[in-house]
Design a protein around this ligand. Structure first.
Ligand code: SAH
Length: 516
């Protein structure tokens, strides 16, 4: 009898918030996790890296809902591991910096569960860094100390030694200190820390919501209270805070502060999200469309005779996957394509062919079907040629008609269909994230988005917020779809490319900030 598989728990540091700051090992584990248990400091965008179908458990606390008790989270983690699953316990920052990671590892060891610790970039260093505050500096600080600011003053035993902290000639970094700022400052002052020591609060460091407040030590608590400064934030005290005026950098990026919803299919969202992140935005991918390959007799027959075509014209990456998947299923080898020549519409489609080791003899620019037909016809003699056009179930037949009009024997073949995704945990990420810009790359994503806003699954305030976003479109037909659904279009890309779409998002964001 096969022995049951042994499960493992990976205590993974999610980093301070920017998804790019997860470690390579962490990402690798997340991508093959069967269960992901995350807390509320983790950026929900990371959850999109988990495989479809993975169980996603929110162990964080949110206003309105009670915190699942630590013991409950632990029990679940252990149960899943005993069932043989690979469990990623994703914790904000580093799992061993005030994250109760130590206690969780002890419990796993007691339960004899195999575990691994994957360190993370801690907010203690990253949040000040994102605000232009180095924790050490040759001329200003010869070290740094990371201390809890949450300590109960009545606590006995291992207490923070404020005398030592006040004497320490380095940067002091307090976590969990916002609600006790008065107390922390008073204790530092009482222990002799000078009133004029530079201090800073950095909230949601490396996230779009990053906010920084710089003030002298003796005044910062009053300023923070007046500004309504809320957790989570890191409190930094020391001479290195003064570096910020010269080296703050995150705030200078064109999309700093923007939270952008990307609605395109998951597999195609990655490049756009990366581009938006480069510009300083926080991208949240919640696909409003899902593609499914069509497997029917017509597809199987066309795939079996793959070498009977003179040309196969692919108009999308999904078409490539759909048809070549069928060829592999029917014939087991892509050489079954024989001497059929391949054409691709758009670089992304050509790239998908290239990823399978296939070169497109002809690559046409993206555009309307009619323009495409003209471009194709200019570039080849189609008379009498047998042409296969694998596409979407709802794709137009314009190309087929145009080629037939040039005496080609063209056949449009639906090889995939799209549908409205069954949103699950993604709905909750939408509820929590205050996106202000939403990007659309097709009219179906617009329709599904509109249906979601009207339906019962989102809370009213969230639906209202999403309706009030700056809506950005990839081109004329998507813009028309947005208008039909009653959305105001803030910007339209000048070309149907990722770069142009990101540039349109920048324009929409600038306009939104100007209006505020
Ligand atoms: N393990 C985490 C810390 C957990 S304790 C780490 O290594 O970062 C929770 C505290 O971390 C919060 O109260 C806050 O002080 C700090 N924190 C976490 N993420 C933060 C962020 N992005 N910006 C500022 N502070 C953060």
């Amino acid at each position: 009898m096969a022995r049951p598989r042994r499960g493992t728990v990976f205590l993974v540091g999610a980093g301070p918030g920017d998804p790019g700051l997860l470690t390579v090992r962490g990402l690798e584990l997340l991508r093959r996790a069967e269960v992901v248990i995350h807390d509320n400091l983790c950026n929900p965008a990371l959850l999109g890296e988990a495989p479809e179908g993975a169980e996603i458990v929110d162990a964080g606390k949110h206003s309105g809902s009670p915190t699942p008790r630590q013991a409950h989270v632990l029990r679940r983690m252990i149960r899943r591991a005993r069932e043989g699953r690979s469990v990623v316990r994703l914790k904000g920052g580093d799992p061993f910096v005030f994250g109760r990671g130590g206690e969780e590892a002890e419990a796993l060891a007691r339960a004899k569960i195999r575990f691994e610790i994957v360190p993370g970039v801690t907010s203690a260093i990253a949040a000040p860094g994102a605000a232009g505050i180095p924790v050490t500096h040759r001329a200003r600080a010869s070290g740094f100390a990371v201390v809890t600011g949450h300590e109960d003053p009545a606590k006995k035993g291992d207490v923070v030694d404020y005398g030592a902290l006040a004497r320490f000639r380095g940067t002091l970094i307090f976590l969990m200190s916002v609600r006790r700022l008065d107390d922390v400052v008073a204790r530092l002052r009482a222990a002799g820390k000078p009133a004029a020591t530079p201090a800073a609060l950095v909230r949601w460091g490396t996230r779009a919501a990053q906010q920084t407040l710089v003030e002298r030590l003796d005044r910062i608590a009053v300023r923070a209270a007046a500004a309504g400064f809320r957790p989570p934030a890191v409190f930094a005290v020391g001479e290195t805070v003064a570096c910020r005026s010269a080296i703050s950098w995150i705030e200078k990026r064109p999309m700093f502060g923007a939270r952008v919803l990307v609605t395109r299919a998951r597999r195609r969202a990655h490049e756009l999200c990366a581009k938006l992140q480069d510009l300083g935005a926080e991208a949240l991918s919640v696909p409003m469309i899902e593609t499914l390959p069509l497997r029917n007799r017509a597809v199987a027959a066309a795939a079996r005779r793959a070498d009977a075509w003179d040309w196969i014209v692919f108009s999308s990456a999904e078409g490539v996957d759909g048809f070549l998947g069928a060829v592999l299923a029917e014939r087991g080898d892509l050489r079954a394509l024989g001497s059929a020549r391949l054409a691709a519409v758009g670089e992304a489609t050509a790239a998908r062919l290239a990823a399978r080791g296939l070169r497109a003899a002809l690559v046409a620019r993206e555009g309307t079907a009619a323009a495409l037909a003209r471009a194709l016809c200019r570039r080849g003699d189609w008379r009498g040629k047998r042409v296969l056009l694998p596409g979407s179930a709802i794709g137009g037949r314009v190309l087929e008609r145009a080629l037939c009009a040039r005496d080609a024997d063209a056949r449009f073949l639906p090889v995939y269909r799209t549908r409205r995704p069954r949103w699950t945990w993604e709905i909750s990420t939408l509820e929590q994230s205050e996106v202000e810009v939403a990007v659309f790359t097709s009219s179906s994503t617009v329709r599904h988005f509109a249906a979601l806003l009207k339906g019962p699954r989102l809370s009213r305030p969230c639906a209202r917020r999403l309706r009030g976003c700056a809506h950005v479109s990839i081109g004329p037909s998507t813009t028309a779809a947005l208008r039909r659904e009653g959305f105001r279009v803030a910007a339209q890309a000048r070309r149907p490319t990722v770069e142009a779409l990101a540039a349109a998002a920048v324009r929409a964001w600038r306009e939104r900030r100007r209006r505020r």
